[in-house]
Design a binder for this molecule. Sequence first.
Ligand code: ADP
Length: 418
Amino acid sequence: MEPETPTLLAGDPARLRQVLLNLIGNAIKFTTQGSVLVKVGKKPEAAADGELLFLVTDTGMGIPKEKLDAIFQDFTQVDSSITRKFGGTGLGLAICRRLVEMMHGRIWAESEPGKGSSLFFTCTLGVQKGKIRQPEKDAEKLGGVKVLLLDPSPIYLLAHKRMLTSWGMALTCAEDRESAISELKAAVETGTPYQLLLINCYQEKADGCKITEDIRREPGLANLAVVSIGSHKKCSSHHLARGGINCTLVRPVRHRDLLETILSALGHSPLIAQPKTNETAATPDATAMPLRLLLVDDTSDNRLMIKAFLKSTGHIIDAAENGQVAVDMFKKSPYDVVLMDVQMPVMDGYTATEEIRKWEQEKGLRRTPVIALTAHAMKEDEERSMKAGCDAHVTKPVKKAVLIKAIEDAISQLRQNR
Ligand code: ADP
């Protein structure tokens, strides 16, 4: 999405989606290797605000020149032997053309056979009256921040570059780890170090953890903020668990998620789950970022059970067998949420929570939500855990849904208080 793309428009989202799905579906169908890129922006030389230009471009087999217009006619396919393999009716683009024309636009194709096709369409949407686009919250904090983007994939590079420059970040790109490391070192030597490294982990070409470990060993780079972007939640959890990386994101990366994560990594806001940007698109599990949890319980069966309950969430869970171990671990690395059993040997959960609160105050840190896990269902026990500094209370035997809800509530509470 080009930075200047108009938003707050009015139109028929279902029809727009239908056209896009058709073009994207074809692009994927006729491309065996490479990529499919979808772009939207303001139509060049647009007369009105709601005029958009969409582009779906692929690196597939392409379309012969003499067929570039014919494919928009009913029941037209370029090559029946090829399309027999892929299926289809030859009607999709004809329908797209009609829909686009009804949206006061035009659709056309350009192609270099053997290299790929680009399908363009324009449309004119209504503009929502009296609404003004709100500037992105806190984006101004990123103005001039020096960022190095390590990205071996030209397609992602393009997408991320646009987002970063739209916030005024001072961006340099590197395509491989060697050039990234030498660029970071050179910047330290000239006294203008980078503040952020963004690693796009794309297949095996960029192992974010390995690169970060190497970078952290270099003089002057131990405290560089590092954000990784991966394709799988598993990879993201793995990155955080291995340490070194401050925050991770899982593709597809939305504008706002990237912004909030970068702010987090730079210390402008706490490291917490990303807000769900599209409540209906997926389950909460799929949209939330994995959290780092500290689970404190003296019974190994309980620890196993809670880990099993939270497996589907992708959260990274460190475990401690008593309050003292938990406090030590807490002081060493940040956690998003602590699950605290109250009755334990060595140091109980109340004392451990008090210690955590004391330490946060001393260090001027934000308050990490602590959820007490207790066998006592009495009101006094709840009061006692709250008094010790816990934020919520879950009664044992712990139920999966109740626990997940308590964690979600704690995080959304934290977000509201920001
Ligand atoms: P179909 O159901 O056959 O895909 P469409 O009307 O969507 O019908 O497309 C018509 C024909 O145009 C396809 O059969 C294919 O030959 C060609 N075509 C469409 N998009 C592409 C593309 N991205 N790359 C190569 N050929 C394409």
